[in-house]
Design a protein around this ligand. Structure first.
Ligand SMILES: Cc1ncc(COP(=O)(O)O)c(C=O)c1O
Length: 473
């Protein structure tokens, strides 16, 4: 890093010295962890953290920059769940691109704040260009958007905009598989819980059920329909076109939670799954999922510029009207936050470095890994596939016929964690405990996936042997 860059550390070592130390500590921490997650139970991890802190998170006198940085970065890396390890495949938790991490460091060093032009001149312009490009990709040629902390914040903000755009009382509708943040947004907005719409056998919202429900809804109520493009567990994509038609026929708003599935827009092969997205009023898209950004890199997109109007505020110290009239634009009116870091920088660098095609190749690679995993599960005597993959998740069970299959699946997953060997997802569907792989690592190979599934079966067999031993005792 250029020593003539911003001097963030006048009193101590230079940024380039500290970055070098930090990179060394990252490597040392990783080397100390043989698997994708630290072995041991939560108490052991807690002891390691206490040891690194010397038992005191706020000492009276500091231990010095080098030692604090080295000790804590090493400890957190050693105790990390590492999304870059192919055996870490539980959540929508991606390995970040090094170029995005480097850009994020620059964003921290520059410490721009997007609530006023005079705290972020170039970053303000950059965010405008990036959200417009992503809006166009989603099918909103005159659209706009804002960078958020993630899908939760994007959906909350969108639902607030939808509520405040309506003169009538609103009612939310979402599928029973919608992300829990939709229900939480309703609570935060002081609205009744969403009406839950059933899903079909492919885990997609039943559009005909929604249409009939909206036709029968109380007169004067405005529906706000939340469709999901990429459900958290199954990656299923609600039928966006008929949902948009049903919502709009009833005078309502369609928000699409594409936090996960929005990444399909980068892929020529998968983008058709999002047919009808361009009919939505707002869309959430998370680039810290299928976009390989370090968190946070959420984006809320709207079809029109006017959609953000309910959020606009005039703060005389941030966006005085005459400054704005003179061309000093402020993004204050786009966000629920005031101080807001330039997360857009890493996103912009990534989009420019890889292009849509480069990101699309990564999405396709993960989808191919999911298809491979499904095939491997299908051919295993010990595993059963719960659903065909749509995007990059695979839901399955170990020995589903066993009388205690739920307990067995739950315990085998904890065994893998405790032994530090693998991080496998767990969810429930059809009232049964399920295992899940969320494959977001395009550098992983089919052989890595096979090895991970072998670990699952091995851990299951070990738990089964324990159960059998207990039964005989
Ligand atoms: C479908 C869906 N929507 C929203 C979210 C929330 O996103 P975030 O964690 O970025 O707030 C998730 C998280 O996994 C998700 O799967």
């Amino acid at each position: 890093m250029n020593r003539t860059g911003p001097d963030v550390n006048r009193s101590g070592a230079s940024l380039d010295e500290l970055v070098a130390l930090s990179l060394d500590a990252l490597a040392a921490g990783r080397a100390a962890r043989p698997g994708p997650v630290p072995a041991g139970d939560p108490a052991e991890v807690a002891r390691a953290v206490d040891a690194a802190l010397g038992g005191d998170a706020l000492p009276q006198h500091g231990v010095g920059e080098a030692s604090a940085l080295t000790d804590l970065v090493t400890a957190v890396a050693a105790g990390a769940a590492d999304p870059a390890d192919p055996r870490c495949a539980a959540h929508l938790h991606c390995p970040p691109l090094p170029v995005a991490v480097a850009a994020d460091l620059a964003a921290s060093a520059l410490n721009q704040s997007l609530d006023s032009w005079d705290q972020a001149p170039a970053a303000t312009e950059l965010e405008d260009r990036v959200v417009r490009a992503l809006a166009a990709l989603a099918g909103f040629p005159s659209g706009t958007g804002v960078v958020t902390t993630g899908g939760t914040a994007s959906t909350y903000t969108a639902l607030m905009l939808a509520r405040d755009a309506a003169p009538a009382p609103v009612r939310f509708y979402a599928s029973e598989l919608a992300h829990f943040s939709v229900d939480r947004a309703a609570t935060l907005l002081g609205l009744p819980a969403p009406v839950l719409v059933p899903v079909d056998a492919q885990h997609r919202m039943d559009a005909e059920f929604l249409r009939r429900t909206l036709v029968a809804a109380p007169v004067g109520e405005r529906p706000v329909v939340v469709a999901t493009a990429g459900t958290t567990d199954f990656g299923s994509i609600d039928p966006l076109r008929p949902l948009a038609e049903a919502a709009h026929a009833a005078g309502g708003w369609l928000h699409v939670d594409a936090a996960y599935g929005g990444g399909a827009l980068f892929s020529d092969a998968l983008a058709p799954l999002l047919d009808g997205l361009d009919l939505a009023d707002s869309v959430s898209l998370d680039l810290h999922k299928l976009g390989w950004q370090p968190a946070a890199a959420g984006v809320l997109l709207t079809r029109t510029q006017e959609a953000f109007r309910p959020l606009e505020r005039r703060a005389v110290y941030l966006n005085p009207a005459d400054d704005e009239a003179a061309g000093y634009t402020s993004l204050l009116g786009k966000s629920l936050r005031t101080t807001r870091r330039a997360d857009v920088l890493k996103i912009a660098v990534t989009l420019r470095a890889l292009g849509r095609a480069g990101l699309g190749e990564r999405v396709d690679a993960c989808a191919a890994l999911a298809r491979h995993a499904a095939q491997r599960v299908r051919s295993s005597q010990a595993l059963e596939l719960t659903a065909e993959p749509v995007l990059t998740t695979v839901v399955f069970r170990y020995r589903p016929q066993h009388p205690d299959a739920d307990g067995l699946n739950a315990r085998l997953r904890r065994r893998l964690l405790r032994e530090g060997r693998a991080v496998v997802g767990r969810t429930e569907s059809g009232g049964r405990v399920q295992l899940k792989l969320t494959l977001l690592n395009p550098e992983a190979t089919p052989a890595d996936v096979d090895a991970l599934l072998d670990l699952v079966v091995e851990a299951g067999d070990a738990e089964l042997a324990l159960l059998d031993g207990q039964a005989q005792a």
